[in-house]
Ligand binder design. Structure first.
Ligand SMILES: Cc1cc2nc3c(=O)[nH]c(=O)nc-3n(C[C@H](O)[C@H](O)[C@H](O)COP(=O)(O)OP(=O)(O)OC[C@H]3O[C@@H](n4cnc5c(N)ncnc54)[C@H](O)[C@@H]3O)c2cc1C
Length: 399
């Protein structure tokens, strides 16, 4: 990747990709196989989004735990990744069979019965009986994609507006002051931001309000490094509160024991175990720091209830709050995933997919790649002809 390239302010990119999380990097890697006149814009200091690696006492880990349910769609997505990387992405199917703590012991998790959590849709992704364990981690995927893409990359560039001229987006305004020109734009950021970023011709006032009023979920994650073996590794845990708890369940996993490498500060080898936990609260509640603190406290209480000594002598503890990881915001797109009134603006954000999380992200990017004719395996999306498309869209075409 060519970082902070020196290009004239009049340079027009073939494709401008916005957001360098996994979605944006997958898109950029696919596009850069066809043209090198591609720019990846990122608001943060560096690439990777929520999939940036984390250095801990147990080594390099994913930013929160990551897995794909073992489904046909996930396997198809792994084939897409292999085609994009140009090498086979190895994975194995592992029993996931979640357990829960009930009546004083761990039991197989059989569901929430009549009281599913309000964020059940976000949570159900983790409940599959089998999961795919990939040989390489998502934090490695983003690093490899960044290295292999032949494109320009500009960090610290927050897109504050997309500007339309003659029925197309012609430029992105970054940090409110600099214009980036492009023939085509692919958006890979959070979709609710589009209610502010898009011009009215791309998103009507009604759809804009609907998008900003939709419900979005914030992921609250807790990574704990234990200085003892707490629990059997790999098993997925669904821990629910007692009936008095108003916070919903959390999902988590313990790693295998790891021997830490001696350091100058700590010359003795230590046996450590990592556990990673996640729960959700709605974006509005997440704006209140007290609400976040309360939810994290309750997650800890749930862990302690199942494993009374789990929080003793912790080696480290890390909290990660990720807003808008999921939700029910919607934007109607053409069959080729572009906006009906802005045919050169595509959306490859995973939250628009019918699937969630990593799978949603892989699915949506694959759909856009296929539609653009850039699928790494040469698969093209069968687009309806123009007449069929307008019939499909009906009134929605006039967003
Ligand atoms: C703690 C945690 C645990 C998870 N666990 C799992 C799991 O076990 N299994 C699973 O499948 N999924 C999991 N996920 C979800 C999965 O990681 C995400 O769905 C996926 O990685 C999202 O990638 P993305 O590229 O769409 O978004 P992101 O990684 O959020 O990237 C978006 C990027 O766009 C940038 N950006 C946003 N707006 C702008 C703008 N206006 N201008 C420029 N740049 C912008 C952001 O800075 C960011 O870098 C988890 C997520 C979290 C946070």
């Amino acid at each position: 990747m060519n970082i902070n390239p020196k290009k004239s302010s009049l340079h027009v990119y073939d494709y401008v990709v916005v957001g360098s999380g996994l979605s944006g990097l997958l898109m950029t890697a696919a596009l850069s196989r066809v043209t090198q006149n591609v720019l990846l814009l990122e608001a943060a200091d560096t690439f990777g989004g929520v999939n940036q690696k984390q250095e801990t006492a147990v080594g390099t880990i994913n930013n929160g735990f990551r897995f794909l349910p073992d489904t046909d769609l996930s396997r198809k997505s792994m084939a897409f990744l292999s085609a994009l990387f140009g090498e086979s992405m190895e994975f194995r199917s592992v029993e996931n069979a979640p357990v829960t703590y009930e009546s004083g012991g761990l039991r197989p998790f059989v569901g929430f019965g009549n009281t599913p959590p309000t964020f059940y849709e976000e949570f159900s992704y983790f409940l599959s009986q089998q999961r795919l364990q990939c040989e390489t981690h998502p934090y490695q995927w983003v690093e490899q994609l960044f290295e292999k893409s032949q494109a320009d990359f500009i960090p610290r560039s927050y897109v504050t507006k997309f500007v339309e001229e003659g029925g197309k987006i012609t430029r992105a305004l970054i940090n409110g002051q600099k214009n980036i020109l492009g023939h085509n734009f692919i958006y890979c950021g959070p979709i609710q931001s589009l209610s502010i970023l898009l011009p009215e011709s791309g998103l009507s006032v009604r759809h804009r309000q609907k998008l900003s009023k939709a419900k979005y979920w914030t992921a609250l994650c807790l990574d704990l490094v234990h200085s003892q073996l707490v629990a059997e590794p790999e098993k997925l845990h669904i821990l629910n509160g007692t009936t008095q708890d108003d916070v919903g369940p959390c999902v988590g996993q313990f790693s295998a024991m790891v021997t830490s490498s001696p350091t100058a500060e700590n010359p003795n080898e230590e046996k450590l175990q990592l556990s990673q936990w996640v729960s959700f609260i709605d974006n509005e509640s997440a704006e209140d720091a007290e609400q976040i603190a309360l939810t994290l406290k309750k997650i800890k209480r749930q862990i302690k209830r199942a494993y009374p000594t789990a929080l003793d002598n912790l080696k480290s503890e890390r909290i990660l709050v990720t807003p808008s990881i999921g939700g029910n915001g919607e934007i109607k797109l053409n069959a080729n995933q572009s906006l009906p009134n802005l045919p050169n603006f595509w959306i490859a954000s995973g939250t628009l997919s019918t699937q969630k999380n990593l799978l949603g992200c892989l699915q949506q990017v694959e759909l856009v790649c296929g539609a653009l004719g850039f699928h790494p395996a040469g698969i093209e999306l069968a687009l309806p002809n123009e007449r069929d498309l307008s019939e499909d869209l009906g009134d929605e075409a006039a967003l």
